[in-house]
Design a protein around this ligand. Structure first.
Ligand code: FE2
Length: 317
């Protein structure tokens, strides 16, 4: 489909995007992040999604708050996960704002990012190169022109899935990518360790889909990809896209017997749709030998959030 035909076809959805947030938030040092059992944490990571950065100074500064909050903590963070929709319209100026705080941060060594539909919908080739060049730089890996990759931290495998072509909302996952995911999940879980899989779009019929968003799922390859993911044990699937807030829809078990779980990370920049709707919220997780604990955090202001679905512990199988 040509670029013009694409814009004509989806004119209504494209017009509905209207970012206008210019508040500069401050990070509190009063309640820094504290792990449950710091001495025994084997891996730790913090995940956000849907920064949808516009070319606004406040938006860039507010993303910087995420790293400021981590740096105020006595805990060590091994990985930063950003589950797609980095930029709002996919413009170069937005990526400059998005990547500057990451380039300047010194608190997390390993950065994992993936493209969301807002990154891929207008300028897929240009933006996938911008994003993957950064991935290569941050992790010191070669991705060979692909938009998906994997990397190990502290002996734990992170696998990042991504659309391979322009999409309005859903992802396109090739057979080759499915084989890669299968192989990497097998490799990462062979000694009984959990693996962290990230993609922007969640699976169909999870996290309130399709009621919360009729067309908000992964797309055509949904069933094939899910079948691959469910084959493996202790897979934690981190996704965004839904802007669901801290609510009963965040944690979803995909396969109980194999301990395969899906976590819908709230949107960072805008207010979310359900439950605790604060913007600037994500989850950090602590990995122990036999369990993983997810905790909600308002990184934007350096605060814990009180309420249901702010903490979840998974026993590994
Ligand atoms: Fe999205």
């Amino acid at each position: 489909m040509s670029f013009k035909d694409f814009c004509d076809k989806y004119a209504k959805q494209i017009k509905s995007m209207s970012p206008k947030y210019d508040i500069f938030y401050k990070v509190s040092k009063d309640t820094p992040i504290k792990f449950e059992d710091s001495a025994n944490v084997l891996l730790s990571a913090a995940a956000i999604a849907d920064t949808h950065l516009p070319n606004r100074e406040a938006a860039e500064a507010n993303l910087g708050n995420f790293f400021e909050d981590l740096s105020n903590s006595p805990e060590k963070f091994d990985a930063f996960l950003m589950a797609g929709d980095l930029a709002d319209y996919g413009l170069n100026s937005e990526y400059e704002r998005f990547f500057r705080p990451i380039d300047n941060q010194k608190v997390v060594q390993n950065t994992f990012i993936t493209l969301g539909n807002h990154d891929a919908r207008f300028f897929f080739n240009k933006n996938s190169k911008i994003v993957m060049d950064k991935v290569e730089k941050y992790l010191n890996i070669k991705t060979g022109g692909k938009t998906y990759y994997s990397y190990d931290v502290n002996g734990y495998t992170f696998v990042v899935m991504c659309t391979e072509k322009r999409v309005l909302e859903k992802a396109y996952i090739s057979k080759e990518q499915m084989e890669f995911i299968d192989k990497e999940l097998a490799r990462g879980t062979k000694d009984g360790k959990p693996v962290f899989l990230m993609c922007h779009q969640p699976f169909a019929y999870t996290h309130g889909l399709p009621e919360v968003w009729e067309t908000g799922d992964l797309g055509e390859q949904n069933d094939e990809v899910r079948a691959i993911v469910e084959k493996h044990k202790n897979v934690f699937f981190i996704n965004g896209h839904l802007h669901g807030g801290i609510c009963d829809k965040v944690f979803e078990t995909l396969n109980k017997e194999n301990g395969v779980h899906s976590i819908s990370v709230p949107g960072y920049r805008k207010e979310n749709n359900f439950g605790i709707t604060d913007c600037g919220v994500g989850y950090y997780f602590e990995v122990y030998a036999d369990r993983i604990v997810f905790t909600a955090r308002k990184f934007l202001t350096g605060e814990y959030i009180i309420g249901d679905y702010t903490k979840k512990e998974y026993k590994l199988v």
